[in-house]
Ligand binder design. Sequence first.
Ligand SMILES: Nc1ncnc2c1ncn2[C@@H]1O[C@H](COP(=O)(O)OP(=O)(O)OP(=O)(O)O)[C@@H](O)[C@H]1O
Length: 371
Amino acid sequence: MPSLQLNKLTKQFAEHTALHEVSLTVRDGEIFTLLGPSGCGKSTTLWSIAGLHRPDSGSIAFGDRVVFDHGHVNIEPEHRNCGVVFQSYAIWPHLSVAANVGYPLKLRKTPKAERDRRVREVLELVELGRHADRYPHELSGGQQQRVALARALAHPPDLLLLDEPFSNLDAKLRDRSRQWLKTLQSQVGVTTVFVTHDQDEALSVSDRVAVMDQGKVRQVGTPTEIYEHPADLFVADFVGTANILAATVVEADGAHAVLRVDGVGEPLKVPHTDRRLGPVRICIRPENIEIQRGGGDVRRPHHTLTAKVDNQAYLGDHYRYTIRIGGTPVIVTTTRPAATGELTVSLPPDDIRVFHEEADSNEENHHAPVH
Ligand SMILES: Nc1ncnc2c1ncn2[C@@H]1O[C@H](COP(=O)(O)OP(=O)(O)OP(=O)(O)O)[C@@H](O)[C@H]1O
């Protein structure tokens, strides 16, 4: 299976720049997700890979095969050998499940016996073997989606391209479909590019994720890297819940920084490689803020603070409290309920990420996890 290389893709729609020098490398056999808010250029990237959009500059290669090089090469979509599944399943309503799945093979003039064998094989793969003779209107949304996926896999594609394939499914089915896709993809081993605006989906299905914003790639990394070491405040805020607080770096030696956080009495010493002093913003995840319980018998770190609970909610598998630190609302989550009224919390230094104002102007850094 080939890898995929996008090199400085730019795409303009009238005055609007949908892609701005997007460069990405997708490794052989991985599920690579394009994640970002609506309009950030995810679909434009996917469509450019499929050959359905023609970028204004840049190049695209599947392994050694250049499929697009602006002004030189532009292989037609049907010759790129991508299996594509979009949000709307686009399966033929007047064809049976088996005929839908066999359609790409028929187009390629695959002999009937071989076609039938392959259709049976991929329908088994998507667990629809028993439904080969049904028509789309006799299937659930999730089953129709699997027909679309089976059709994309019928003629083994070099790349599988999935654009929000589960967004029409209800929450439970969507969750099941993600697990199922991950298993299926590991069996088939096909290099897959997956588009979603849903961070849970991105974190749960992907080997690696590219976070996009306004036509640019902000960060590429594994789900853990993206979540635990976001490259900038945009990524921190878009992926998961981020508490963002104003702070000032008062000392920095290249390994650690000493911070004063508005509303926290004691300074905090956090791991940080930047030596610059001055105002910063810090990010801390709700589950990393430690609730100090049981009063005097608990050993309290220096940087604890007590704050009134503004708001609290029970969410089945966890509790969520909102407190204020230096006037800023801060969310704290825990699996065990805490005392009502007030919380005493501490901010674990290792879980604090520090961002200087211009952090997002340095593009090179976005491709490496920031530690
Ligand atoms: N055919 C088009 N003509 C004009 N503008 C377009 C066209 N296709 C996309 N755009 C614009 O380009 C930008 C990127 O669109 P794109 O569909 O790639 O975003 P997306 O990240 O996939 O968003 P969504 O999650 O909403 O599908 C958007 O601002 C969109 O309005």
